[in-house]
Write a protein that binds this ligand. Structure first.
Ligand code: KG4
Ligand code: ZN
Length: 344
């Protein structure tokens, strides 16, 4: 039993989602996210537009989070916010807002690393699979990152491997763009793949050392393939969309699974947790669950709303830091390149 009830108000604004959440200890009372539609027509996130939209959204989103949680601002124990990594203009909005609010309410301020939060989201109460025990392997797969991390403790993490170029979410989104699908294309590839044949069009997997990843070569081979086929048949994409999506998805998920198997072999750790937007992908979810039966893995897949960017995951880190009394002062600034296993 925890003696004290800790209420954390958390803010996330690292990319194109403005999110605010209220947590009572490890329980999420509210988790409100305003997703910015404006980027769809540009085929990717436009940083300048993102920071403007954050500025418009942040006050109403925080209000809504407080209303839904049904608690008075005066009960808030601390304000947690995403310091980085992310887009500088976007981070600055959340950082400045969090600092002002902490000052106004006279409560501590807690800075959070976004990538750590994707991993520690597994400690939110009421996750489908419960919470992993230390040590475990975490694979963070999002639009900005692709990492395999050895998690020894809440704040003791070591990056074992990462992408050398594009993130896996970019591989999905850029492939989707080649097919003429809107941004973000990852969920659409997932959707069309369900009705397609994953063996219709084999794409080569990159050869990358150790536990690192590379996705830019795959994107190029998909581009050349589509150019070749549409030169012969202008309707090639329309006629084969499901099969193309299923083939792309099979290749990408295969790359992720190969590296995970290697990481398990290397560390002897069979507890695996995933995080980041791409963990919403249905194929990676079923491949991981299949790994439980095949190789004796225990896998942890976050609830859908805690996979993509959200403030609840920032809130759980806020809670864990609050318990250790790890606070930050008002001189802090946002950090666009914030390495996960850096001390500060
Ligand atoms: O974690 P996230 O919300 O933002 C970043 O920090 O990047 O991840 C967004 C990424 C996008 O690239 C999006 O296409 C991808 O997650 N994504 C998916 C799926 N849902 C979201 N990719 C594949 N399949 C999905 N179902
Ligand atoms: Zn993210």
């Amino acid at each position: 039993m925890e003696k004290e009830t800790i209420y954390i108000l958390a803010i996330e604004s690292s990319c194109d989602d403005t999110s605010a959440a209220v947590l009572s200890n490890k329980k999420v009372l509210s988790n409100i996210t305003a997703t910015q539609q404006i980027h769809e027509e540009y085929g990717g996130v436009v940083p300048e537009l993102a920071s403007r939209a954050h500025q418009q959204n942040i006050v109403p989103v925080v209000h809504q989070a407080l209303n839904k949680a049904n608690i008075d601002k005066k009960l808030i124990s601390a304000i947690a916010f995403t310091r980085g990594p992310g887009l500088m203009g976007s981070l600055l909005v959340g950082t400045s807002f969090a600092k002002s609010l902490a000052l106004g309410l006279n409560v501590p301020l807690i800075e959070v690393n976004h990538m750590q939060a994707h991993i520690l989201a597994h400690f939110i109460e009421e996750q489908n699979d419960g919470s992993p025990e230390f040590p475990f392997l975490a694979m963070t797969i999002s639009g900005g990152h692709t990492q395999i991390v050895l998690v020894k403790d809440y704040f003791d993490m070591e990056i074992l491997g990462q992408t050398l170029d594009d993130a896996v979410g970019e591989a999905f989104d850029k492939s989707a763009k080649i097919l003429g699908l809107p941004y973000p294309g990852g969920p659409l590839i997932d959707k069309y793949a369900k009705a397609g044949n994953p063996d219709a069009f084999p794409f080569p997997k990159p050869k990358v050392d150790e536990l690192n990843f590379s996705f830019s070569g795959l994107k190029t081979s998909i581009l050349y393939f589509i150019q070749r086929e549409t030169a012969e048949n202008p309707n090639f994409i329309d006629e084969n969309l499901n099969d193309i999506c299923a083939s792309i998805q099979k290749t990408i998920v295969g790359i992720l699974m190969d590296k995970l198997k290697k990481a398990v072999k290397q560390t002897g750790i069979k507890q695996i947790a995933i995080g980041g937007g791409v963990s919403a992908n249905s194929e990676i979810r079923s491949a991981l669950k299949a790994g439980e039966a095949k190789w004796g893995w225990k896998t942890y897949i976050p609830k859908f709303e805690y996979c993509t960017d959200n403030a609840a995951m920032i809130g759980i880190v806020g809670h864990l830091k609050y318990k250790q009394r790890v606070f930050t002062d008002q001189s802090i600034s946002a950090k666009a390149r914030y390495i996960l296993d850096a001390q500060n």
